[in-house]
Ligand binder design. Sequence first.
Ligand code: OFO
Length: 183
Amino acid sequence: MNTNRLSASMAASLNAQMTKEAHAAQIYLSYAAWLDDKGYAGMANFLFRHAHEERNHMMKFLEYILERGAKVKIEAIPAPGEEPKSVNDCFEKFFQQEVDNTTAIYKLVKESFEEGDWATWHFMQWFVKEQLEEETLAMDLLDKLKIAGGEKASGEALYSLDRDLKDKPDEAGLAEDVTTENP
Ligand code: OFO
């Protein structure tokens, strides 16, 4: 009896997204290693933790594909690409990577909607919220860097940003959680 509950194209898209999450982890590992090498251990720590989160996302896709009775295909992970040219460039790249991943997540949501695959549509909503948080986090960081002077940020400003990022929580506050008591 066939117990596969995913269409062939949905299984292929979910498998591709699983690899994309692993790719994001590799990209952040490469940025973290670059930052650490330049002496920014705090910023590196932030991205090491974030790389770990991306691996967890990969696992969520893997588990979901199995749960729906389809086949998991573990493929090669593409190389991370170019190294950042500066701290500012590193966090701009981080933001862009998150935006690109949001686009891929939205495509999957659309595909599941068009197929009427409501289980997958529901599963994907967690990722929609996660991308919202991650984009907010990346935007906050870019704002801080901008205040610090962007490409022209002084050593002192980068030093305090590095110290702040060491223990920065991985979650950003979202507009949907705001109240008049807690703006
Ligand atoms: Fe997987 O959440 Fe960012 O990209």
